[in-house]
Structures are given as structure tokens and as C-alpha cells.
Write a protein that binds this ligand. Structure first.
Ligand code: HEC
Ligand code: HEC
Ligand code: HEC
Ligand code: HEC
Length: 235
């Protein structure tokens, strides 16, 4: 017969395991949540190639580009696991897009593909916004970084744009992008130039300033200096 202490220890271990898991990685939730607060960015993002990335996988779309990359323009690639991963949010990750159960809020390269899976930091945005509005108190960006918000972006962009053999990026793994500089030089990736292209990210809108300090994106102040007022004078 087993000693009760063994059971007690097993129970403790199981609890630690479950609790540890619950505290683990943030989940992808889809852009609906982000867009309800950040309407101006969402509206601007909708016009980008990232927003329409899933359309490119449909038959007879971007036929010339597909031919050039050795792909079949007549084929439907929208359910192909070798393609979908870089044309949606969070493929293969917790809460991310699934081929068998496709969420329309995770189709295309959306908010969380760049800013990080949002389940843990979006609540901080809400609280920090309210605290700032009511009492003028600011919140450290460290809280955002600790809950999965990305203020650097380089690794995220690279995982899609530089994922091919010989790109010089360390994280490469299959499936690779078919669109490399060997196919056409326009497919080369220059982070500093691309990230400053508001037509490819979204337009920037003035933030009231609820968050302060590092880690702050290196072009944050530059973007804010020329940012537009958002529609309702909010966020
Ligand atoms: C989940 C994968 C993914 C991530 C992450 C990603 N991109 Fe993209 N990007 C794409 C895809 C796919 C396209 C092409 C969309 C289409 O036309 O179908 C694209 C298109 C672009 C374009 C437009 C190119 C053109 O033809 O004008 C730019 C610029 C760009 N991305 C820059 C970036 C930057 C900068 C980042 C990081 C801040 C980034 N991307 C993050 C997948 C991604
Ligand atoms: C590792 C990530 C990745 C994978 C896997 C991937 N793509 Fe993409 N795809 C991209 C990126 C990044 C771009 C944007 C390239 C650019 O404009 O610089 C892109 C762009 C495209 C475009 C638009 C090209 C243009 O010139 O407008 C098409 C079409 C496309 N991909 C189809 C596919 C198909 C079909 C597959 C599967 C066979 C696939 N992609 C797999 C990352 C990927
Ligand atoms: C392709 C990458 C990319 C995608 C997709 C993207 N963003 Fe951004 N976003 C950025 C970059 C880069 C910045 C600049 C960061 C900074 O200044 O701190 C930014 C800044 C912001 C800001 C700060 C204020 C501003 O306008 O600059 C908000 C809010 C924001 N994004 C919300 C969103 C929402 C909501 C979505 C989805 C509808 C989204 N973003 C999709 C790259 C992206
Ligand atoms: C409940 C509303 C709400 C939701 C949901 C929300 N945000 Fe925010 N977000 C805010 C507020 C408020 C701020 C602070 C604005 C200020 O005062 O500067 C903020 C700030 C930001 C910033 C700027 C951070 C910085 O460096 O200063 C980015 C980027 C951003 N949000 C992206 C997102 C993304 C992506 C999502 C979805 C995963 C999201 N937000 C969800 C309300 C929200």
C-alpha cells in the first residue's frame, strides 16, 4: 500500500504543474479585442497587404508572383500548412489560427503577429488607460514586456520575412517563404525601412501617454511626433 505522503506529494506536484501551465505563455485572441479600443489603427491596418495576406493564397490571385516563385497559380493554397503559417496570426501557437477551424479575426497578418499574443497585456492597457484618465498616473512599459507585448519587432518580422536558407537570420526553419531575394530583389527585407512604412504597418495615431519608460520601440518618439489625432480624440 502506498504511503499517504506520496499522494500528498503527487497532489502538490500536480497542482504546481497546473498552476505553472496557467501562468505560462499568453494566448492569441484575435484582433477583435484590440480593434474595439484601437479603432483608428484597425481601420488603417485593413488597407494593408498584411490584412489581405490570406487572399494571396487563393487560386488565380497574384498569378505572376506565384509563377515567378515556381508555385502553381491555379492551386488553392488557403488550407496548405506550408503556406498558411505566415499569412495568419499565431499559426501553431496557443489560441492561434487553425486550418480546420478558421477564425476570421485571425486571418491575415494582424495585430498580434507584430505586437505579440494579447491575452495577458490587453487587460493592462485597459487598467492603465483608466488610471491615467482618472488620476493622471502612468504605468511602466515593463509590465507590458513581462506579459508578452513586443516593443522590438525584429524577431517577429524576421520569422516571416527572413525565414529561408541563407537569409542570415538565425531562427530559420521549414516551411520557408517562397518569396526570397533570389526570386526578385524586391523581396529583400530591410527592417528599418519596412517598419517605418506606415502603409505596410498602419498609420500612427497620438497616444495620450499612459505608458512610460523602457522597453520602448526605438522609433516610438519619432512616430508619435508625426502621429495623427485618432478619430474620436481617444487612444
Ligand atoms: C506572420 C508573418 C508576418 C509577420 C510577423 C510580418 N509580416 Fe510583413 N508580410 C507578410 C506577408 C505574408 C506579406 C505579403 C502579404 C500579401 O501580399 O499577401 C507581408 C508584406 C509586408 C510588406 C509589404 C511588402 C510590399 O509588397 O509592399 C512590408 C513592408 C512588410 N510586410 C513589413 C513587415 C514588418 C516591418 C514586420 C514586423 C514589424 C512584418 N512585416 C511582420 C508576413 C508577415
Ligand atoms: C516563412 C513564411 C512564409 C511562408 C511559409 C509562405 N509565405 Fe507567402 N509571403 C511571405 C512573406 C514575408 C511575403 C511578403 C514578401 C515581400 O513582399 O517582401 C509573402 C508574400 C506572398 C505572396 C505575394 C507576393 C507578391 O509579390 O505580391 C504570395 C502570392 C504568397 N506569399 C504565397 C505563398 C504560398 C502559396 C505559400 C506556400 C507555398 C507561401 N506564401 C508560404 C511569407 C511566407
Ligand atoms: C506589421 C506589423 C504591425 C501590425 C500587423 C500591427 N501593428 Fe500596431 N504598430 C506596429 C509598429 C511598428 C508600431 C510602432 C510602435 C511604437 O511606436 O511604439 C505600432 C504601433 C501601434 C500602436 C501605438 C500607437 C500608434 O498608432 O503608433 C497601437 C495602438 C497599435 N499599433 C495597434 C495595432 C492594432 C490594433 C493592430 C491590428 C488591427 C496593429 N497595431 C497591427 C506594427 C504593427
Ligand atoms: C480596453 C481597451 C484596450 C484593448 C482591448 C487593447 N488596448 Fe492597447 N491600449 C489601450 C490604452 C488605453 C493604451 C494607452 C494609451 C495611452 O494613454 O498612451 C493602449 C496602448 C497600446 C499601445 C502603445 C503602447 C506603448 O508603448 O505606449 C499599443 C502598441 C497597443 N495598445 C496595442 C494593442 C493591441 C495589439 C491590442 C490587442 C491585443 C490592444 N492594444 C488591446 C487600450 C486597449
Amino acid at each position: 500500500m502506498r504511503h499517504p505522503v506520496t499522494y500528498a506529494l503527487a497532489a502538490v506536484a500536480l497542482f504546481a504543474f497546473l498552476a505553472g501551465n496557467a501562468a505560462a505563455d499568453p494566448k492569441f485572441e484575435g484582433r477583435k479585442k484590440c480593434s474595439s479600443c484601437h479603432k483608428s489603427q484597425a481601420k488603417s491596418w485593413k488597407k494593408t497587404a498584411h490584412a489581405k495576406a490570406m487572399n494571396s493564397l487563393k487560386p488565380n490571385k497574384k498569378a505572376k508572383a506565384k509563377k515567378r516563385a515556381g508555385l502553381d497559380p491555379a492551386k488553392d493554397y488557403t488550407k496548405d500548412k506550408d503556406c498558411v503559417g505566415c499569412h495568419v496570426d499565431g499559426f501553431g501557437q496557443e489560441g492561434g489560427y487553425e486550418i480546420e477551424d478558421p477564425s476570421k479575426y485571425k486571418k491575415g497578418v494582424g495585430c498580434e503577429s507584430c505586437h505579440g499574443a494579447g491575452s495577458k497585456y490587453r487587460g493592462i492597457h485597459r487598467k492603465a488607460g483608466a488610471k491615467f484618465e482618472k488620476k493622471g498616473k502612468t504605468t511602466s512599459r515593463k509590465k507590458l514586456a513581462a506579459t508578452g507585448q513586443d516593443m522590438d519587432f525584429v524577431e517577429r518580422c524576421s520569422a516571416c520575412h527572413l525565414n529561408y536558407e541563407g537569409s542570415g537570420w538565425k531562427g530559420t526553419k521549414e516551411p520557408y517563404t517562397p518569396f526570397t531575394p533570389d526570386v526578385h530583389k524586391k523581396y529583400s527585407f530591410d527592417f528599418d525601412k519596412y517598419v517605418a512604412d506606415a502603409k505596410a504597418m498602419h498609420k500612427h495615431y497620438k497616444l495620450p501617454g499612459a505608458f512610460t519608460g523602457e522597453p520602448k520601440f526605438k522609433m516610438h518618439d519619432e512616430f508619435q511626433a508625426t502621429a495623427e489625432e485618432s478619430k474620436k480624440g481617444k487612444k
